[in-house]
Ligand binder design. Structure first.
Ligand SMILES: O=C(CO)[C@@H](O)[C@H](O)COP(=O)(O)O
Ligand SMILES: [Fe+2]
Length: 222
C-alpha cells in the first residue's frame, strides 16, 4: 500500500483557511485531517460543523475526521452531512464500539478507531476486521505541536501484526509529533498514513514539507 500524508488543519491559519486548504489541494497531500475536540473528552475545544463545512466546500481531497468527543454516536450523521469521508472515533469514548463502527459504515463513510497512548492495542482484537483504519495517538490528544511518544513504535508494530493476520487493507495512521525526521521509521514500523500538523503548517514552505514527508516515507527504510 502507498503511504499517505494527511496534514492536520488544526495547525492551519484559521484567518486564511481557504488559502491553506487550496494550498493542500495543490500539494501532494492525500487526505485532509480534521481534529474535532469537544472540551470534555480532551482538555481543548477546536471547531465544529461550520468550520468543517467550509473545509468541505473548498477541499478537493478526502476529509479524515478525527473525533475527540465523548459519545460520538450523537453526531455521526451530522459529520457525514458536513462532508466527512472517514470518521474515526476514540475507543475510550465509546460504550458500544461495534455499534458505533457499524453506524459510521451505514452512513457510507469509512470507519476508524483511535487509541490514546495508554490504551493497549490488544483491545482491538475483536473489532479489527470491521475497521478501515486504526489511529495510534503518539501524543496525548487535545493539542498540536507536542512531542512524539516513543512507545508508539511498539504499538504501530502490534497493529501491523493484527492487520497482516486479519485485515491487510487496514489504514494504520500515526498522529502526533510526526515530522520529516521520524516519517521513515514510522513507515518502517508499519504506519501507512502519516498525520502532520505543525511539521507542515509551521514550515516556511508547507507544500515542500509535504513533499519531504512523502519522500521520507517512501524511501527504502534506513
Ligand atoms: O489529534 C491531534 C491532536 O489531538 C493531532 O491530529 C494534531 O493536530 C497533530 O498535530 P502535530 O502533533 O502534528 O503538530
Ligand atoms: Fe488528529
Amino acid at each position: 500500500m502507498k503511504h499517505l500524508i494527511a496534514p492536520s488543519i488544526l495547525a492551519a491559519d484559521f484567518g486564511n483557511l481557504q488559502r491553506d486548504i487550496e494550498m493542500l489541494n495543490c500539494s501532494q497531500a492525500d487526505w485532509i485531517h480534521v481534529d474535532v475536540m469537544d472540551g470534555v473528552f480532551v482538555p481543548n475545544i477546536s471547531f465544529g460543523f461550520p468550520v468543517l463545512e467550509v473545509v468541505r466546500k473548498y477541499a478537493t481531497k478526502p476529509l479524515d475526521v478525527h473525533l475527540m468527543i465523548t459519545d460520538p454516536d450523537r453526531y455521526l450523521k451530522a459529520f457525514q452531512t458536513a462532508g466527512a469521508t472517514l470518521i474515526t472515533v476514540h475507543l475510550e469514548a465509546c460504550t458500544h464500539l461495534h455499534r458505533t463502527i457499524q453506524a459510521i459504515k451505514e452512513l457510507g463513510c469509512q470507519a476508524g478507531v483511535a487509541l490514546n497512548p495508554h490504551t493497549p492495542v490488544s483491545l482491538l482484537e475483536d473489532i479489527i476486521t470491521d475497521l478501515d483504519l486504526v489511529l495510534i495517538m503518539s501524543v496525548n490528544p487535545g493539542f498540536g505541536g507536542q512531542r512524539f511518544i516513543d512507545n508508539s513504535y511498539k504499538k504501530i508494530k502490534q497493529v501491523k501484526a493484527l492487520s497482516d493476520q486479519y485485515n491487510p487493507n487496514l489504514y494504520i495512521e500515526i498522529d502526533g509529533g510526526v515530522n520529516q525526521h521520524n516519517a521513515n521509521s514510522l513507515v518502517a514500523a508499519g504506519a501507512n498514513v502519516l498525520v502532520a500538523g505543525n511539521a507542515v503548517f509551521a514550515a516556511s514552505n508547507p507544500s515542500q514539507t509535504i513533499i519531504d514527508l512523502k519522500v521520507a516515507s517512501d524511501l527504502k527504510f534506513v
